[in-house]
Write a protein that binds this ligand. Structure first.
Ligand SMILES: O=C(O)CCC(=O)C(=O)O
Ligand SMILES: [Fe+2]
Length: 338
């Protein structure tokens, strides 16, 4: 798998063959970042004035637009300036959706638009706690927004007006990350998912999948040795370029850069061309049990059959050496929440 796949032309253009499009979607689902060096969201001339850190209120990392509430948060702007900023973000959200639909028509009916974000601040040198620090390698998982296995698909544009690149590191494939950190994933505290939901700390109940993804995110960011030594590829995304990634499997760190737009979409695993590439299915294969049965909206359980795996793919038991001393070794460390 290539960490980065460069797409020289727009996927919407007539010059792009269907076979090329399918190759690109396959690479995306396998965990590559699709990079469009010659494609970018067109800003209006008047929107150039938004490209200043002063556009943000200083309290939040990014300015965000919530399509459900039709509201911008995290900006210092007011009145007509705020409306114009909202207009830019709504246009970017539409542009990002059109791009994805042109690239992957099979996703069209299933894309759920989540937040849009505008990032006018320089990344490097920004103070942050290690868990919130996106300059450290991580896969994305949102603490307050459990997604029950749905994919996190994101479109980024570098809209820097001074030709400055945005620098990322892209780390190991998701399965390697999982194999490294799963043995350290602790059992969820019984009942915690329900309490967090009732206190409105989370927008939905965390499923076992959400618990594991959050732990992978935190364990990665908190592991200094991993941050220093794990394999990675450095990438410079040029000014006026676009990139797309499933950031729940692409291990990434954003090191440097200023002025970007980002649009998040969610997608059901079943809407993928190859659902087996999803982090949900990869984790279920490694662990040997369903991980969202509790969280499925219809309450149904899905079967997970690890039969037929190669020896290297045998289900892992989530145990740490400490737990082994205290528990029957046949008891998995991990058990359903509740
Ligand atoms: O701002 C960026 O370039 C990416 C930061 C990041 O890790 C994220 O948004 O998940
Ligand atoms: Fe991230």
């Amino acid at each position: 798998m290539d960490p980065i796949v460069i797409i020289p032309s727009s996927p919407c253009g007539p010059e792009c063959e269907d076979a090329e499009r399918r190759r690109a979607v396959n690479a995306l689902e396998c965990g590559s970042v699709l990079y469009f060096p010659d494609l970018c969201f067109p800003l209006k001339e008047s929107e150039g004035s938004f490209l200043t850190p002063a556009a943000a209120d200083g309290r939040s990392k990014n300015i965000s637009y919530d399509p459900g509430a039709d509201r911008v948060a995290g900006s210092s702007f007011e009145g007509s300036e705020l409306s114009a900023l909202r207009g830019m973000m709504v246009r970017f959200a539409d542009w990002a959706r059109d791009l994805l639909c042109a690239l992957a028509p099979e996703y069209t009916a299933h894309l759920e638009q989540a937040r849009t974000s505008f990032r006018p601040a320089e990344i490097s040198g920004r103070p942050s706690s290690p868990k919130k620090d996106d300059t450290r390698l991580h896969v994305d998982a949102f603490p307050s927004r459990p997604n029950h296995g749905r994919r996190i698909l994101r479109v980024f544009c570098n809209i820097n007006p001074h030709s400055e690149t945005r620098r990322w590191n892209v780390g190991q494939p998701f399965e390697a990350v999982s194999r490294r950190f799963l043995p350290r994933v602790s059992r969820p505290v019984p009942g915690l998912s329900e309490i967090l939901y009732r206190l409105a700390i989370t927008k939905a109940r965390r499923t076992p999948y959400d618990h594991i993804m959050l732990q992978l995110h935190d364990l990665q960011k908190l592991d200094d040795d991993y941050q220093r030594h794990s394999p990675r590829t450095a990438v410079e995304f040029a000014a006026r370029s676009t990139w797309i990634a499933y950031t729940d499997v692409v291990c990434h760190a954003a090191l440097r850069g200023q002025h970007a737009l980002e649009q998040t979409f969610h997608l059901d695993v079943e809407a993928m061309v190859e659902p087996e590439r999803s982090p949900l299915r990869i984790l279920e294969r490694l662990i040997g049990r369903p991980l969202v049965a509790d969280g499925r909206p219809d309450g149904s359980a899905r079967r997970c059959n690890p039969v037929g795996l190669r020896p290297s793919e045998r289900p892992m038991r989530l145990e740490s050496p400490d737990d082994r001393a205290q528990h029957n070794p046949r008891t998995p460390l991990w058990a359903p929440d509740g």
